[in-house]
Ligand binder design. Sequence first.
Ligand code: SF4
Length: 388
Amino acid sequence: MEIVINLKQHVGAPCEAIVKVGDIVKRGQLIAVPSSLGANIHSSVSGKITNIDTAITILMDENQPDDFIKIPDTSDNLEAIKEAGVVGAGGAGFPTHVKLANKIEGGNLIVNAAECEPLLNHNIEYIKNHADLIVRGVRYLMDITSAKNGYIAIKPKHRKALIALSNACKDIEDINIKFLPNMYPAGDERVIIREVLGELMQPGELPTKYNSIIVNIETLKNCVLAIEMRKPVISKDLTIAGKVHDETKVFFDQAIGTPISYYIDEAGGLLDGSGEIVIGGPFTGKRAGENAYISKISGGILVAVEFPKDAAEFGILACECGAQEDRLSEIVESMGGKVVASTKCKRMVEVNGRFRCDKPGECPGQAESILKLKQGGAKAIITGTCED
Ligand code: SF4
């Protein structure tokens, strides 16, 4: 099988390959490095490089080792995270060593365990069996950033994961669990800061303004593996769900660059009536083909039902935390419809050229917006706003 490892799996510029076609590489070997903002990329398999363009293609050896080439010795844990190429695994892809380089003396290290997007379940499943690792990770990151308090923010509906975390930190005074509301987008940074600290972040502000840093569960896991096992980021946890035979299936530690067709087969194949395939969550995921490949930030493979055919005139109502105009237009087009009007939730305000929601999750009625869209000729509305 061929593995395709994208040279851009993070915020910033694509990495530069340091291998060439024909090279033999080993699992865990460094194969690309950032030219500016970015993170190291390592080979997720042992094999032979067959192509390099915007990605590095590797023909896997038939027998794959269980071990991997370890990252080099480092003088501290932050450097280990940098060497390992850890990035925000929840979808953001921001290089974690850059985020953790912020000192938040006396501040708050917060773990986002919301697993916010519907259907995705791999973070919560991971916590159930690895709560001790999560708590160790909080301690490492508190030490790196000089944070005084550690928090793990989770929805109480994830009862088993919550119990596992409560047991893991029951005798630890400075690491506590905080509850998030059972809604999307509970994992938004502003919702987390509001629920955990009672502070209202303004659109465009960063958590560091509130002396806080937020990391997602799998990002934290990758930090711990880098520190304790010297493991580079070569694998990904993910959920496949929707119109596949098994309906929902969670996979752990999957080689980055594996084609998503592999997971569709592993989930029993596509069911009749299946439609588009989305990588990511239902709210913010992107359309992909079966020939797409998983990256450091691919959390879900979702197989939708076929689009209903509806040639109506549509109005688009965009929400910052959900699908944006381009994605909603794509869906309308797939239904055979036409976009005749477009607006945004009234809570969205323009900050530095980008529309941001000023109170994510405190969603207003949308009657005004609907009227506006109707006046624009819309016979049907498509939106991607929040859910309880
Ligand atoms: S307030 Fe509006 S923009 Fe903000 S999350 Fe809710 S629906 Fe989306």
